[in-house]
Every structure is written in C-alpha cells, then in structure tokens.
Design a protein around this ligand. Structure first.
Ligand code: HEC
Length: 251
C-alpha cells in the first residue's frame, strides 16, 4: 500500500525539463491553439509566402483551409494561392523531387503531417535556430537539424544569427543570474525586419498553422466531446430512473 501511495505521489510531480531534438538541442515548448483564427491566418500567410514554393501540403485543399480558418475565398485566391491554381485544388507545387534533390541534397518533404512526425516544439525550435556557418553550402546550419539542406528562407525577417557558444553547452546558465551563458544571437549589423520577439510570434503562428494542417478536425472533435458527455449524463439519469422503476416492487 505504502509503495502504491509513493508511486502515485511521484506520478503527480510534473514532468520538468526540456524535451530534446535528435541533436540533443533543448527544444522550446509551445502550446498550439487551433481556436486562435488570427494566428492560423497569419501562419497560412507565412506558409504560402515563404514555404509553399518548395514544400507541399498535399493532403490539404485551399478551399478547406480557407473555410476552416476563416479566410474568404476571393481573398484566398487573390493573395494566398498561385495564380494558376483553383480553389478546390490540393496544395501542391511544381517542384520536381529529382531536381530538388540535386539542388538541396534532399527533396523538401511534404509538410502536412510534419508536426505529428517531429512534434510541435521541434518545428518551432527548428524554424528559429538557423545560424551562420560558412562551412555549409547555403552559409547556414541548424541547431535541431544539423547539416540541414534547407536554406534559411526567413533571413529577411529574422536577420542573421550567430552562435556565441562555439562548442560550449547551449543549456548552461550563469549560476548567479540564471541567464543563459551563450546561445544564438542576431548579428546587430545584419538585423532582419522583425525583432526577436516578433519573429518568435511569427514562428508560433506558422507552427500553429502546420499543427492545424496535421489535424484539421481537432477543434470539431473537441467541441463534440462536450455533447458526448452531456448525452452520457442524460443517459445515466434515464438508466437510474429505469433501475428504480424495475426494483420498486422487489424492495
Ligand atoms: C528553397 C526551398 C525551401 C523553402 C522555401 C523551405 N524549405 Fe523547408 N526544406 C527544404 C529542404 C530541401 C528540406 C530537406 C532538408 C534535409 O533533409 O536536409 C527542408 C526541410 C524542412 C523541414 C524538416 C522536415 C523533416 O522532417 O525532415 C521542415 C520542418 C521545413 N523544411 C519547414 C519549412 C518551412 C516552415 C518553410 C517556410 C518558412 C520552409 N521549410 C521553406 C527546402 C525548403
């Protein structure tokens, strides 16, 4: 009994600490929110402007996305779709896998389900941890995906980040102040159009959009759950009354 209680108590301790990517780099946790339509709309805008040229989300249609996240069809067609595409089309592009492989070393994978494969924290951290590395073909490397073939396509927004760790641990903190000792910092000479906080928000929105893409019915499903529970409560009352009725004459 004592053991059971101790085990139970331990299970109540919240799981602290950071999840780590394959590279062991600490991931920054986020809570995505599919009910935040404004965030999803901004995410869709970043996605279409900066990612859709190389990546597809081939299990999604423009129309479905527009309806789900509240973008009118005419606006979707005018500003978030290639001119040749129709509103009912799948969200694919003309990039050929074999050619892309030659250009980037690896073909850009489909991103519809990527937040489920990699995890939301991974994507959010990945998008924010490109840093300058002259040894790489595009001049940048990534902290959670070392030697990635993708260029830093958001450089104009984020600026150029420099790794101030130079091999030191990125998780180490100053014992007195609790501040990180080193990390990625935007080079003051090569700033982007956004501040670090604005860029974090933009990457949150983009990850939120990709998370929605991987599970477009999440909102509906969770909304439905309430009705299921209400139905069960109602059923319980009816069953209870029925039981009373049946046992009335026996007691
Ligand atoms: C210029 C083409 C290009 C653009 C634009 C681009 N990517 Fe990529 N991306 C790639 C390539 C190529 C890879 C594969 C890299 C590898 O495997 O080394 C990749 C890989 C990824 C991965 C890792 C997938 C995995 O699980 O391995 C993610 C996530 C990703 N891209 C997200 C994005 C997002 C979000 C955007 C928009 C901000 C974007 N990409 C824009 C070319 C691109």
């Amino acid at each position: 009994m004592k053991k059971t209680i101790i085990t139970l108590l331990f299970s109540l301790i919240p799981v602290l600490g950071f999840a780590a990517g394959d590279s062991g780099y600490p991931l920054d946790p986020i809570e995505t929110d599919h009910s935040d339509k404004a965030s999803l709309q901004r995410g869709a805008m970043y996605y279409q402007n900066f990612c859709a040229g190389c990546h597809a989300t081939q299990f999604q249609r423009y129309e479905r996305v527009a309806d789900d996240i509240g973008i009118p069809h005419d606006l979707m067609m005018a500003s978030l779709m290639p001119a040749s595409a129709k509103i009912g089309d799948l969200m694919i592009n003309g990039m050929r896998k074999d050619e892309a492989k030659v250009w980037f070393g690896a073909a850009p994978p489909d991103l519809t389900m990527v937040t489920r494969v990699r995890g939301e924290d991974w994507i959010y951290t990945y998008l924010r941890t490109f840093y300058e590395d002259p040894k790489r073909p595009w001049g940048v490397n990534n902290k959670v995906f070392p030697d990635v073939g993708m260029p830093h396509v958001l450089m104009q927004l984020q600026g150029v980040q420099i790794d101030s760790c130079q091999g030191a641990s990125p998780t180490e903190r100053d014992p007195l102040t609790g501040e990180m000792i080193c990390g990625l910092v935007v080079d003051p000479e090569r700033k982007g159009s956004m501040t670090p906080a604005q860029f974090d928000q933009a990457m949150y929105d983009l990850t939120n959009f990709l998370s929605y893409s991987a599970d477009p019915v999440k909102q509906k499903r969770e909304g439905l759950g309430i009705y299921v529970l209400l139905f069960l409560i109602l059923l319980f009352i009816v069953a209870l009354l029925l039981k009373r009725e049946y046992w009335k004459d026996i007691h």
